[in-house]
Design a protein around this ligand. Structure first.
Ligand code: GDP
Ligand code: K
Ligand code: MG
Length: 300
């Protein structure tokens, strides 16, 4: 690196907000690579996912969090607790609000609870591509009336509009200190867990209604082949035989399409040929089993 030693900055930035506001899309845009999965469905992000990037002399470690909402089931409670603890442990907190959705009850409750967060708070109004300017200004005002934000940004995480300005401002605010990760590292997750997440994203995108929430994916083996390709075996766990049939689809049609989408994306990320083998197994009530959350890295 050409950055003089002793002049560097480094910090953790928690990205929090209601479900589906674009937190994961924003973290990917800030990092400039897919490190966390995105879908139009809530509860896509289940654990804290770190995306790492360098801006000037600052290393920014973004912590993508599960959406904050009123939890009903056990897995949901664990996800919300994890999201708030992510905010409390970070150097800076970024609250993402869906500008189209505005300051509805759920969003207002999160803004109010941010008063308990001691770190500098940045407000990010996302999805500005869907909203007219006067409404944006009114929303920024209304949110800042509830709690004072250090900065307010209006961006589109999807198009990248406004993202570099946000990154520069955050880079100036993180504490002075040495970088914690190698310069080229973009995620702290092992490749095999990102690979499992990518398959889980395809499940979210291909399947409807409740099913994706009830499934999980694990990478069982990862074998580099002599010809330069990699052989990856994964298991998709569902809770019932009927769900297994849905994931397989008629004549294996659904699983084939999930596998082919996941394989293509993995090959692009790894820049090597990928042979992906997917298995679908029934593991009853995994989502009610606390042992399973611990394996996933969720907190209570
Ligand atoms: P999260 O649940 O907060 O992590 O949200 P995601 O990043 O998974 O995004 C939820 C949905 O919002 C996805 O369908 C995204 O493509 C979409 N989305 C994210 N950012 C934008 C944006 O700037 N504009 C629009 N129109 N859609 C967006
Ligand atoms: K989502
Ligand atoms: Mg997410």
């Amino acid at each position: 690196s050409d950055v003089a030693p002793g002049k560097t900055r480094c910090g953790f930035i928690a990205v929090i907000g209601a479900p589906n506001v674009g937190k994961s899309t924003l973290v990917n845009a800030l990092v400039g690579s897919k490190v966390t999965i995105v879908s139009p469905k809530v509860q896509t992000t289940r654990t804290l996912v770190r995306g790492i990037t360098i801006v000037g002399a600052s290393q920014l470690i973004f912590v993508d969090t599960p959406g904050i909402f009123a939890p009903r089931r056990r897995l949901e409670r664990a996800m919300v607790t994890t999201a708030w603890s992510g905010a409390q442990d970070a150097d800076l907190a970024v609250l993402v609000v869906d500008a189209k959705r505005g300051l509805d009850e759920e969003t207002a409750a999160i803004v109010d609870k941010l008063r308990e967060v001691r770190q500098p708070r940045t407000l990010v109004l996302n999805k500005v591509d869907l909203v007219a300017k006067p409404a944006l200004l009114a929303l920024a005002q209304a949110a800042n009336d509830r709690v004072a934000f250090t900065d307010t940004f209006m961006i589109s995480a999807m198009s990248g509009n406004g993202v570099p300005d946000l990154a520069e401002r955050l880079a100036a605010q993180v504490p002075e200190g040495p970088w914690l990760y190698p310069e080229d590292q973009m995620s702290d997750a092992p490749m095999r867990s990102l690979a499992a997440e990518i398959t889980r994203e395809k499940l979210f995108l291909k399947l409807h209604q409740e099913l994706p929430y009830r499934s999980t994916v694990e990478t069982d083996s990862w074998t580099e082949q002599p010809d330069g390709s990699v052989r990856i075996e994964q298991t998709i766990f569902v809770e019932r035989e009927s769900q297994r049939k849905i994931v397989l689809g008629k004549g294996g049609h659904t699983i084939k399409s999930i596998g082919s989408d996941a394989r293509l994306e993995l090959a692009g990320l790894l820049e090597q040929k990928v042979h992906l083998f997917l298995f679908v197994k029934v593991r009853e009530n995994w989502s009610d089993d606390p042992e399973r959350y611990r394996e996933m890295g969720l907190e209570f």
